[in-house]
Design a protein around this ligand. Structure first.
Ligand SMILES: *[C@@H]1O[C@H](CO)[C@@H](O)[C@H](O)[C@H]1NC(C)=O
Ligand SMILES: *[C@@H]1O[C@H](CO)[C@@H](O)[C@H](O)[C@H]1NC(C)=O
Length: 275
Protein backbone atom coordinates (compact mmCIF):
# COMPACT_ATOMS: atom_id res chain seq x y z
CA UNK A 1 0.00 0.00 0.00
CA UNK A 2 2.80 2.31 0.98
CA UNK A 3 4.65 1.53 -2.25
CA UNK A 4 1.55 2.32 -4.26
CA UNK A 5 0.96 5.70 -2.69
CA UNK A 6 4.60 6.61 -3.10
CA UNK A 7 4.40 5.67 -6.79
CA UNK A 8 1.26 7.74 -7.11
CA UNK A 9 2.89 10.79 -5.57
CA UNK A 10 5.86 10.40 -7.87
CA UNK A 11 3.80 10.05 -11.00
CA UNK A 12 1.77 13.08 -9.95
CA UNK A 13 4.92 15.10 -9.49
CA UNK A 14 6.30 14.00 -12.84
CA UNK A 15 3.04 14.86 -14.59
CA UNK A 16 3.02 18.31 -13.02
CA UNK A 17 6.63 18.81 -14.03
CA UNK A 18 5.93 17.72 -17.62
CA UNK A 19 2.89 19.97 -17.81
CA UNK A 20 4.94 22.93 -16.62
CA UNK A 21 7.57 22.06 -19.19
CA UNK A 22 5.28 21.57 -22.18
CA UNK A 23 3.33 24.77 -21.57
CA UNK A 24 6.55 26.59 -22.44
CA UNK A 25 7.42 24.42 -25.41
CA UNK A 26 5.91 24.55 -28.86
CA UNK A 27 4.14 21.45 -30.09
CA UNK A 28 5.88 19.25 -32.62
CA UNK A 29 4.39 18.09 -35.89
CA UNK A 30 2.87 15.01 -34.25
CA UNK A 31 1.70 11.77 -35.84
CA UNK A 32 -1.48 13.11 -37.47
CA UNK A 33 0.38 16.16 -38.77
CA UNK A 34 3.15 13.93 -40.18
CA UNK A 35 0.64 11.63 -41.86
CA UNK A 36 -1.46 14.44 -43.35
CA UNK A 37 1.51 16.38 -44.68
CA UNK A 38 3.08 13.25 -46.17
CA UNK A 39 -0.21 12.36 -47.84
CA UNK A 40 -0.52 15.87 -49.24
CA UNK A 41 2.96 15.67 -50.79
CA UNK A 42 2.46 12.10 -52.05
CA UNK A 43 -0.81 13.06 -53.76
CA UNK A 44 0.93 15.81 -55.70
CA UNK A 45 3.82 13.62 -56.78
CA UNK A 46 1.42 10.87 -57.77
CA UNK A 47 -0.22 13.39 -60.06
CA UNK A 48 3.13 14.46 -61.52
CA UNK A 49 4.41 10.93 -62.09
CA UNK A 50 1.12 9.88 -63.69
CA UNK A 51 2.03 12.21 -66.58
CA UNK A 52 5.00 9.99 -67.41
CA UNK A 53 2.95 6.82 -67.34
CA UNK A 54 0.45 8.53 -69.65
CA UNK A 55 3.27 9.32 -72.05
CA UNK A 56 4.30 5.64 -72.00
CA UNK A 57 0.75 4.68 -72.91
CA UNK A 58 0.45 7.23 -75.70
CA UNK A 59 3.79 6.28 -77.23
CA UNK A 60 2.89 2.60 -77.16
CA UNK A 61 -0.19 3.43 -79.18
CA UNK A 62 1.86 5.51 -81.64
CA UNK A 63 4.89 3.35 -82.24
CA UNK A 64 4.45 -0.21 -80.99
CA UNK A 65 4.43 -1.63 -84.54
CA UNK A 66 7.24 0.46 -86.03
CA UNK A 67 9.10 -1.79 -88.43
CA UNK A 68 6.50 -4.55 -88.37
CA UNK A 69 4.82 -5.18 -91.76
CA UNK A 70 1.09 -4.55 -91.62
CA UNK A 71 0.55 -8.00 -93.11
CA UNK A 72 1.69 -9.49 -89.79
CA UNK A 73 -1.37 -8.35 -87.89
CA UNK A 74 -5.00 -7.33 -88.36
CA UNK A 75 -6.29 -4.06 -86.99
CA UNK A 76 -8.15 -5.94 -84.25
CA UNK A 77 -4.94 -7.71 -83.29
CA UNK A 78 -3.12 -4.38 -83.18
CA UNK A 79 -5.82 -2.85 -81.01
CA UNK A 80 -5.76 -5.83 -78.65
CA UNK A 81 -1.99 -5.81 -78.37
CA UNK A 82 -1.89 -2.08 -77.64
CA UNK A 83 -4.67 -2.41 -75.10
CA UNK A 84 -2.92 -5.30 -73.39
CA UNK A 85 0.33 -3.32 -73.08
CA UNK A 86 -1.49 -0.22 -71.88
CA UNK A 87 -3.11 -2.30 -69.15
CA UNK A 88 0.40 -3.40 -68.20
CA UNK A 89 1.38 0.30 -67.94
CA UNK A 90 -1.62 0.92 -65.69
CA UNK A 91 -0.53 -1.94 -63.44
CA UNK A 92 3.04 -0.64 -63.40
CA UNK A 93 1.71 2.76 -62.38
CA UNK A 94 -0.29 1.23 -59.54
CA UNK A 95 2.81 -0.56 -58.30
CA UNK A 96 4.71 2.73 -58.46
CA UNK A 97 2.01 4.66 -56.58
CA UNK A 98 1.79 2.22 -53.69
CA UNK A 99 5.03 3.04 -51.82
CA UNK A 100 4.90 6.78 -52.64
CA UNK A 101 3.45 7.78 -49.30
CA UNK A 102 6.06 5.80 -47.38
CA UNK A 103 8.89 7.29 -49.43
CA UNK A 104 7.65 10.82 -48.84
CA UNK A 105 7.12 10.20 -45.14
CA UNK A 106 10.64 8.80 -44.71
CA UNK A 107 12.17 11.61 -46.72
CA UNK A 108 10.66 14.26 -44.48
CA UNK A 109 10.68 12.59 -41.09
CA UNK A 110 13.37 9.89 -41.16
CA UNK A 111 16.13 11.13 -43.51
CA UNK A 112 18.70 13.66 -42.26
CA UNK A 113 18.34 16.45 -41.39
CA UNK A 114 15.29 15.35 -39.43
CA UNK A 115 12.50 17.71 -38.52
CA UNK A 116 12.54 16.86 -34.85
CA UNK A 117 13.66 18.25 -31.61
CA UNK A 118 13.55 21.42 -29.59
CA UNK A 119 12.28 24.60 -31.25
CA UNK A 120 13.05 26.87 -28.31
CA UNK A 121 16.79 27.17 -28.57
CA UNK A 122 16.65 29.94 -29.54
CA UNK A 123 13.02 30.93 -29.12
CA UNK A 124 11.38 32.05 -32.37
CA UNK A 125 7.62 31.48 -32.21
CA UNK A 126 4.91 31.29 -29.54
CA UNK A 127 2.66 28.25 -29.33
CA UNK A 128 -0.80 29.43 -30.49
CA UNK A 129 -3.72 29.22 -28.09
CA UNK A 130 -5.90 26.12 -28.26
CA UNK A 131 -7.88 25.98 -31.53
CA UNK A 132 -5.81 28.71 -33.18
CA UNK A 133 -3.57 27.93 -36.17
CA UNK A 134 0.05 28.80 -36.64
CA UNK A 135 0.54 31.78 -38.99
CA UNK A 136 2.62 32.54 -42.07
CA UNK A 137 4.60 34.89 -39.81
CA UNK A 138 5.51 31.84 -37.68
CA UNK A 139 6.52 30.00 -40.86
CA UNK A 140 8.78 32.90 -41.76
CA UNK A 141 10.25 33.29 -38.26
CA UNK A 142 11.04 29.61 -37.54
CA UNK A 143 14.34 29.71 -39.37
CA UNK A 144 16.11 26.59 -38.15
CA UNK A 145 15.36 22.88 -38.42
CA UNK A 146 13.41 21.44 -35.50
CA UNK A 147 10.20 19.52 -34.86
CA UNK A 148 7.39 22.05 -35.07
CA UNK A 149 5.13 22.68 -38.09
CA UNK A 150 6.44 26.24 -38.71
CA UNK A 151 9.96 24.83 -39.15
CA UNK A 152 8.76 22.34 -41.78
CA UNK A 153 6.81 25.18 -43.39
CA UNK A 154 9.89 27.39 -43.45
CA UNK A 155 12.01 24.72 -45.10
CA UNK A 156 9.37 23.56 -47.56
CA UNK A 157 11.52 24.35 -50.64
CA UNK A 158 14.35 22.21 -49.28
CA UNK A 159 11.96 19.38 -48.37
CA UNK A 160 10.42 19.52 -51.81
CA UNK A 161 13.84 19.20 -53.42
CA UNK A 162 14.72 16.23 -51.21
CA UNK A 163 11.51 14.40 -52.12
CA UNK A 164 11.70 15.34 -55.77
CA UNK A 165 15.30 14.16 -56.12
CA UNK A 166 14.58 10.81 -54.51
CA UNK A 167 11.39 10.19 -56.48
CA UNK A 168 12.85 11.35 -59.80
CA UNK A 169 15.75 8.90 -59.40
CA UNK A 170 13.35 6.10 -58.50
CA UNK A 171 10.99 6.87 -61.38
CA UNK A 172 13.84 6.97 -63.87
CA UNK A 173 15.05 3.60 -62.67
CA UNK A 174 11.53 2.18 -62.63
CA UNK A 175 10.88 3.24 -66.23
CA UNK A 176 14.35 3.37 -67.78
CA UNK A 177 16.39 0.90 -65.72
CA UNK A 178 18.91 3.46 -64.50
CA UNK A 179 19.00 7.01 -63.30
CA UNK A 180 20.77 9.88 -65.02
CA UNK A 181 20.57 12.11 -61.98
CA UNK A 182 22.35 9.78 -59.54
CA UNK A 183 25.39 11.53 -58.15
CA UNK A 184 24.16 14.80 -59.52
CA UNK A 185 25.48 14.39 -63.06
CA UNK A 186 24.30 12.78 -66.25
CA UNK A 187 25.78 9.32 -66.42
CA UNK A 188 25.08 6.46 -68.74
CA UNK A 189 26.24 3.80 -66.34
CA UNK A 190 23.58 4.17 -63.69
CA UNK A 191 23.15 0.40 -63.67
CA UNK A 192 20.49 -1.48 -65.54
CA UNK A 193 19.14 -1.38 -69.04
CA UNK A 194 15.58 -0.76 -70.14
CA UNK A 195 14.98 -4.52 -69.88
CA UNK A 196 15.86 -4.49 -66.20
CA UNK A 197 13.51 -1.61 -65.47
CA UNK A 198 10.59 -2.65 -63.31
CA UNK A 199 8.19 -1.43 -65.98
CA UNK A 200 9.63 -3.85 -68.53
CA UNK A 201 10.73 -6.78 -66.38
CA UNK A 202 7.49 -7.07 -64.45
CA UNK A 203 4.85 -5.56 -66.72
CA UNK A 204 5.59 -4.86 -70.40
CA UNK A 205 7.83 -7.91 -70.94
CA UNK A 206 5.34 -10.48 -69.63
CA UNK A 207 2.52 -8.70 -71.52
CA UNK A 208 4.53 -8.90 -74.76
CA UNK A 209 5.20 -12.62 -74.26
CA UNK A 210 1.51 -13.20 -73.86
CA UNK A 211 0.66 -11.19 -76.99
CA UNK A 212 3.14 -13.18 -79.07
CA UNK A 213 1.80 -16.44 -77.70
CA UNK A 214 -1.74 -15.59 -78.76
CA UNK A 215 -0.71 -14.03 -82.11
CA UNK A 216 1.80 -16.49 -83.64
CA UNK A 217 2.23 -14.33 -86.77
CA UNK A 218 3.83 -11.66 -84.59
CA UNK A 219 6.36 -14.05 -83.14
CA UNK A 220 9.07 -13.33 -85.71
CA UNK A 221 8.68 -9.61 -84.93
CA UNK A 222 8.96 -10.03 -81.18
CA UNK A 223 12.48 -8.57 -81.16
CA UNK A 224 11.31 -5.53 -83.15
CA UNK A 225 8.38 -4.85 -80.82
CA UNK A 226 10.62 -5.44 -77.82
CA UNK A 227 13.05 -2.87 -79.26
CA UNK A 228 10.21 -0.41 -79.81
CA UNK A 229 9.13 -0.77 -76.19
CA UNK A 230 12.70 -0.19 -74.96
CA UNK A 231 12.92 2.86 -77.20
CA UNK A 232 9.70 4.24 -75.71
CA UNK A 233 11.05 3.66 -72.20
CA UNK A 234 14.21 5.57 -73.15
CA UNK A 235 12.20 8.50 -74.48
CA UNK A 236 10.20 8.78 -71.27
CA UNK A 237 13.32 8.39 -69.17
CA UNK A 238 15.05 11.20 -71.10
CA UNK A 239 12.00 13.34 -70.52
CA UNK A 240 12.31 12.78 -66.79
CA UNK A 241 16.01 13.69 -66.92
CA UNK A 242 15.26 16.91 -68.79
CA UNK A 243 12.39 17.80 -66.47
CA UNK A 244 14.48 17.26 -63.38
CA UNK A 245 17.57 19.06 -64.64
CA UNK A 246 16.84 21.79 -62.12
CA UNK A 247 17.85 19.26 -59.42
CA UNK A 248 21.42 19.12 -60.72
CA UNK A 249 24.08 20.88 -58.70
CA UNK A 250 24.69 24.33 -60.14
CA UNK A 251 21.38 24.29 -62.01
CA UNK A 252 20.63 27.75 -60.67
CA UNK A 253 17.21 29.09 -59.81
CA UNK A 254 15.37 26.75 -62.18
CA UNK A 255 12.07 25.33 -60.97
CA UNK A 256 9.89 22.33 -61.60
CA UNK A 257 7.42 23.84 -64.03
CA UNK A 258 4.82 21.19 -63.34
CA UNK A 259 4.74 21.71 -59.59
CA UNK A 260 2.04 24.35 -59.13
CA UNK A 261 2.83 27.34 -56.94
CA UNK A 262 -0.54 27.05 -55.20
CA UNK A 263 0.42 23.56 -53.96
CA UNK A 264 3.09 25.19 -51.79
CA UNK A 265 0.47 27.38 -50.19
CA UNK A 266 -1.92 24.46 -49.77
CA UNK A 267 0.69 22.36 -47.95
CA UNK A 268 1.88 25.29 -45.85
CA UNK A 269 -1.67 26.02 -44.69
CA UNK A 270 -2.14 22.33 -43.90
CA UNK A 271 1.03 22.34 -41.79
CA UNK A 272 0.04 25.50 -39.99
CA UNK A 273 -3.33 23.95 -39.11
CA UNK A 274 -1.59 21.63 -36.60
CA UNK A 275 -1.00 23.93 -33.63
C1 LIG B 1 -5.83 14.66 -41.95
O1 LIG B 1 -6.12 13.37 -42.43
C2 LIG B 1 -7.33 12.85 -41.94
C3 LIG B 1 -7.42 11.42 -42.40
O2 LIG B 1 -7.12 11.28 -43.76
C4 LIG B 1 -8.49 13.70 -42.43
O3 LIG B 1 -9.70 13.20 -41.93
C5 LIG B 1 -8.27 15.12 -41.96
O4 LIG B 1 -9.26 15.95 -42.53
C6 LIG B 1 -6.92 15.62 -42.38
N1 LIG B 1 -6.71 16.92 -41.78
C7 LIG B 1 -6.38 17.95 -42.49
C8 LIG B 1 -6.17 19.22 -41.74
O5 LIG B 1 -6.20 17.90 -43.70
C1 LIG C 1 -6.80 26.48 -39.60
O1 LIG C 1 -6.34 26.18 -40.91
C2 LIG C 1 -7.20 25.35 -41.66
C3 LIG C 1 -6.49 25.02 -42.95
O2 LIG C 1 -6.09 26.16 -43.63
C4 LIG C 1 -8.52 26.06 -41.87
O3 LIG C 1 -9.39 25.23 -42.61
C5 LIG C 1 -9.12 26.40 -40.54
O4 LIG C 1 -10.29 27.14 -40.71
C6 LIG C 1 -8.14 27.19 -39.68
N1 LIG C 1 -8.68 27.33 -38.34
C7 LIG C 1 -8.74 28.50 -37.71
C8 LIG C 1 -9.28 28.46 -36.34
O5 LIG C 1 -8.36 29.53 -38.24
Amino acid sequence: MKVFSRTWIWSGAITAFLLALTSNLTEACERQCQLNVSHAFADKYQLLSSLHFSTLSTKIEQSLFHGVPTTAYSSTEATNAIQHLQEAVTNAQRAWDMPLFRTVFDTIFVDEPQFRGDCNEPHRVDQPALGVNWTMADCHAMDYICGNPPSICHFLPMIKTRIERKLAEQLETTIGGSSGIVGGGISENGGGSADEADVYANFLGPALSKIVMTHPKLEMYQATIHGNLNQIQEIVKDQIVVETSYLMPGAGPVKNEKWKAEWDLEIKLLLLSFP
